[in-house]
Design a protein around this ligand. Structure first.
Ligand code: UDX
Length: 447
């Protein structure tokens, strides 16, 4: 361990770090810890992914990631390997960042975490801090410790830490470099000391706790945010029926500091790789202790209903969908990502196609991934091509470029001037001026 001076502002202790699993979390963690000056090796069993990374090709689209990885490879602080043995021996701290996907019944699949724990047990040859960063059910840390303890080959000491990751897709690097908080859960003062030293340069609030609380902080945070979204989507439904405006309501509520402005955007429901899976997993965790998590169940139901409700709006506006030409703007589950996992677009496009609608779609980043998800879609080079001859233009993701379209041009291209906006990106006043029939969420229709 030494001290270096980096970027004129950061003092960092150089540590040897290993990262196992190079998905969103693993890659962002590895890149940021290397940027802080540490000596990082990251491993993944996917050999193709590792080879691509070593030649500078990123497996995901994430602002700033490519440059960060390239710089740290060049400056020899970051290396990728598919040799788990090498990676386990390297680090004083080993981050487990492998996937924890949902099983069919929404319980968390922990076999990848367990496999890594076994490999660590077999290959560890000196004291290690083993950190699990992936989102896992409470008590996973204790199970990891037991697996390692029961299978350890060489008698060396180790500690287990829970250090959940809160990064958002689309701002993964920024969130990892400037986290709102860092949670460190462990029963070992030695491990806590090492983790504190590692994160010191980030100057973020540190919450030190026991391992189980740290694990629940992650699930509870995502469950709370999902609930906030379903809450405002429910209010949006009441707005539609009562003639109120959900945007104004969110503003009026958000000024109350206890509520806060963020995550009060009504829309077509949350998607992505975290909220749907983590909220369902938390319900299952509660169930395993005998608690019926009614609030979170309702959160999920409302989220499903919101997509159905939006589809009904489209159907009502067009009467019969059979043979209708629909332009879709945005397919990723949110802007600034190419990720379609659990995206509301999947339900909506599938339902439209089931009823015989013809789809032309455009997304600034998600076109390639969309091709793996949808059949029989005509992919367009820009929003204008998607609007051509359309009976309706539907906004499913709030990409910034959709806010700045030439609406006159769109109107001329479309067969009918009907926009159905699942993300409230336009003002009803402007739509009225431009002569559109405009339908959005939690606001009155412009006819
Ligand atoms: C989320 C958490 O924010 C992050 O802390 C955690 O580690 C992983 O899960 P992410 O899945 O990248 O991150 O997406 P996020 O930006 O939080 O958005 C989740 C979903 O909620 C998106 O589908 C988004 O469209 C939706 N959303 C968000 C709304 O519908 N309304 C809002 O006001 C905010």
């Amino acid at each position: 361990i030494g001290v270096i001076f980096l970027n004129d502002v950061l003092f960092a202790y150089i540590m040897k770090i290993s990262v196992i699993g190079v998905g969103y979390v693993g890659l962002a963690t590895a890149a940021v810890l290397a940027e802080l000056g540490n000596d990082v090796i990251a491993a993944d069993i996917d050999k193709k992914k590792i080879d691509s990374l070593n030649s500078g090709i990123m497996p995901i689209f994430e602002p700033g990631l490519k440059e960060l990885v390239a710089r740290n490879i060049r400056e020899k602080r970051l290396r990728f390997t598919h040799d788990n043995k090498e990676v386990i021996r390297h680090g004083e701290i080993i981050f487990i960042c492998v996937g924890t996907p949902p099983k069919e019944n929404w319980e968390t699949e922990l076999k990848y975490v367990k496999n890594v724990a076994m490999e660590i047990a077999h290959n560890m040859d000196s004291y290690k801090v083993i950190v699990h960063k992936s989102t896992v059910p409470v008590e996973t840390g204790d199970n990891v410790r037991k697996v390692i303890h029961d299978n350890i080959k060489k008698s060396v000491d180790f500690d287990v830490v829970s250090n959940p990751e809160f990064l958002r897709e689309g701002s993964a690097i920024k969130d990892t470099l400037e986290p709102d908080r860092i949670v460190i859960g462990s029963g070992s003062q030695k491990a806590i000391g090492i983790m504190k030293k590692l994160y010191e340069p980030l100057k973020a609030p540190l919450i030190v706790t026991d391992m189980r609380s740290a694990e629940i902080i992650k699930h509870a945070s995502n469950a709370f945010l999902a609930t906030k979204i379903s809450f405002i989507n429910s209010v949006a439904r009441i707005c539609e029926m009562s003639g109120a405006d959900v945007e104004k309501i969110a503003e009026g509520m958000g000024h109350d500091r206890r509520i806060g402005k963020e995550f009060l955007n009504a829309g077509i429901g949350y998607g992505g790789s975290c909220f749907p899976k983590d909220s369902q997993a938390f319900i299952k965790i509660a169930e395993s202790y005998g608690y019926d998590y009614k609030l979170l169940k309702a959160t999920n139901e409302i989220n499903e209903e919101q997509k159905e409700h939006f589809f009904k709006k489209i159907k009502d506006a067009l009467n019969n969908l059979n043979g209708k030409q629909i332009g879709i703007l945005g397919m990723s589950f949110k802007p600034n990502t190419d990720d379609l996992r659990f995206a509301p677009s999947i339900y909506i496009i599938n339902e439209l196609q089931k009823e015989g609608a013809k789809i032309k779609a455009y997304d600034p980043e998600a076109m390639e991934k969309a091709k793996q998800v949808f059949n029989s879609i005509e992919y367009c080079k820009d929003p204008y091509e998607a609007s051509k001859d359309a009976d309706a233009l539907i906004i499913l993701t709030e990409w910034n470029e959709f806010r700045e379209l030439d609406m006159e041009k769109i109107k001329k291209l479309m067969k009918r001037s009907l926009i159905i906006d699942g993300r409230n990106i336009y003002s009803p006043e402007n739509m009225k001026k431009s002569g559109f029939h405009y339908i959005s969420i939690g606001r009155q229709d412009v006819v």
